[in-house]
Design a protein. Structure first.
Length: 138
């Protein structure tokens, strides 16, 4: 199962939400923020995962990935608005995006913080995404 496909599916899911794009446009970046970013923005990164896991002694054709989505904003109100619309979009989503059958997703961890170096607020959410992928390529 290709990590690229679940990355693309996550990007498509988040940037396909009108409430999200009204706040950040296309500023949803893989990995880290670009140099001199425009705020608000959000980043996402795969932090752990397993392509197949064992269910009752059988290897299931199901993958579990843990993605970290971090929202970045200059003020607390915008930060919380952005985090909430992303949460509503990703939390408990089920559907098919490209070759990815998204079975479920839920938050495992969340935290707000102030980044002294960047002088910016950040809100981090770790999502567990359970999915499978078809063999067909889009």
């Amino acid at each position: 199962m290709a990590v690229d496909n679940i990355n693309k599916a996550l990007y498509t899911l988040v940037t396909g939400g009108a409430n999200i794009t009204s706040i950040i446009g296309t500023r949803f970046y893989p990995g880290k923020l670009p140099q001199n970013p425009t705020y608000p923005a959000a980043t996402y990164i795969l932090i752990s995962g397993q392509d197949r896991f064992n269910v009752m002694g059988v290897d299931a054709d199901i993958a579990r990935k843990r993605f970290r989505i971090t929202c970045w904003a200059e003020d607390d109100e915008t930060l919380h608005s952005l985090a909430e619309v992303i949460r509503q979009r990703v939390q408990r989503f089920r559907g098919t995006i490209g070759t990815v059958e998204w079975l479920d997703s839920f938050i495992e961890f969340e935290r707000q913080d102030w980044d002294d170096d960047l002088k910016i607020w950040q809100y981090t959410m770790d999502f567990r995404i359970i999915h499978r992928e078809s063999e067909a390529q889009t």
